[in-house]
Design a protein around this ligand. Structure first.
Ligand SMILES: NC(=O)c1ccc[n+]([C@@H]2O[C@H](COP(=O)([O-])OP(=O)(O)OC[C@H]3O[C@@H](n4cnc5c(N)ncnc54)[C@H](O)[C@@H]3O)[C@@H](O)[C@H]2O)c1
Length: 283
């Protein structure tokens, strides 16, 4: 089984920067791609600021920060990913965008490389079939924040080879994560169970059962969850949350996955959560 040394990360939003940090922490050489040089620089600055906070709390050292940052290069050109052994895509949760990107990656990244998607719900097989190497395409789904959440879902579309899945699992474990292998069904395990609950919380708010703070307080105090549904929706991003629910509904036709109207309207209004400073809460 060929080892993975060099890792490309495409997309420098909430998840992309975290993925670059995790891969570098696991000892890989990382190239972080954003469409603009400025986007890549901003993501790297966020990584450095996060590591500085860890040092201030006594959880990391300057040497460790230097080692991690020293392994991360940034670029705005996909050509710079040509020699990577693995490229993980983490751009906007939109199937057409991801398919186009995978066709581009397929043309520039060496033929033996694995191309993986960090999609939360979209059909990985459709993404795989936009390349000429579907046997080398899988999902490697990290959780938010990537640096601290332990789980990774390795998603196996019917087109992926067993070796691709084994290499993806080995990569996740080298990054210090706990990997589970899951079939290519919308939402995989975690989001298929989580998002009907988050959607139900919005519908409960719409009905007026309780206000948002009370619902969040209830689920923390009553279920021991680290955060309530509205704080979590804001953390994930409301646009991403809507895309996840739409993908779940498209596959299951389950009424519980039909996105609550409030969510759709908030996305239309540009209230996307923490990343835009306003979602259910103000930041
Ligand atoms: N937010 C989460 O909690 C979370 C958790 C796990 C997985 N994911 C998945 O990770 C991926 C990225 O999500 P995120 O939360 O980082 O989103 P984000 O909105 O923070 O970032 C999206 C990134 O995609 C880029 N982008 C937008 N349109 C593009 C295009 N046409 N071509 C190329 N790049 C484009 C943006 O510039 C941005 O850097 C999604 O597939 C999402 O489902 C998100």
């Amino acid at each position: 089984m060929a080892d993975i040394f060099a890792v490309g990360v495409v997309g420098a939003g909430i998840m992309g920067g975290g993925l670059a940090e995790v891969a570098a922490r696991g000892g890989h050489d990382v190239v972080l791609h954003s469409r603009t040089r400025h986007g890549a620089e901003a993501a790297l600055a966020t990584i450095v600021a996060g590591l500085d906070r860890q040092i201030a709390k006594g959880r990391s050292t300057i040497d460790e920060r230097q080692a991690i940052v020293g392994r991360i290069g940034i670029t705005d050109s996909l050509d710079d990913l040509a020699d990577c052994d693995l490229v993980i895509e983490s751009v906007v949760e939109d199937l057409a965008t991801k398919k186009l990107l995978f066709a581009e990656l397929d043309a520039v990244v060496k033929q033996s490389a694995i191309l993986a998607t960090n999609t939360s719900t979209l059909p990985v097989v459709d993404i795989a079939m936009s390349t000429r190497r579907p046997e080398l395409v899988c999902g490697i789904h990290f959780f938010n924040p990537a640096a601290t959440m332990r789980l990774v879902e390795v998603v196996q579309p019917i087109t992926a080879s067993a070796e691709t899945i084994n290499r993806a699992v080995a990569f996740a474990e080298r990054c210090g994560k706990q990997a589970i292998t899951v079939q290519d069904h919308a939402g995989f395990v975690v989001n298929a169970l989580l998002f009907p609950y988050l959607n139900a919380a919005i519908r409960m708010l719409e009905r007026g059962t309780a206000d948002m703070e009370a619902i969040d307080t209830a689920m923390c105090g009553g279920c021991g969850f680290p955060m309530g549904p509205f704080a979590l929706l804001d953390l994930v991003g409301l646009d991403t949350s809507l895309a996840i629910l739409d993908a779940l509904y498209a596959e299951s036709a389950d009424a519980g996955c039909a996105a609550a109207p409030t969510l759709r309207r908030m996305v239309s209004a540009g209230r996307l959560g923490r990343k835009t400073g306003r979602g259910f809460y103000q930041y």
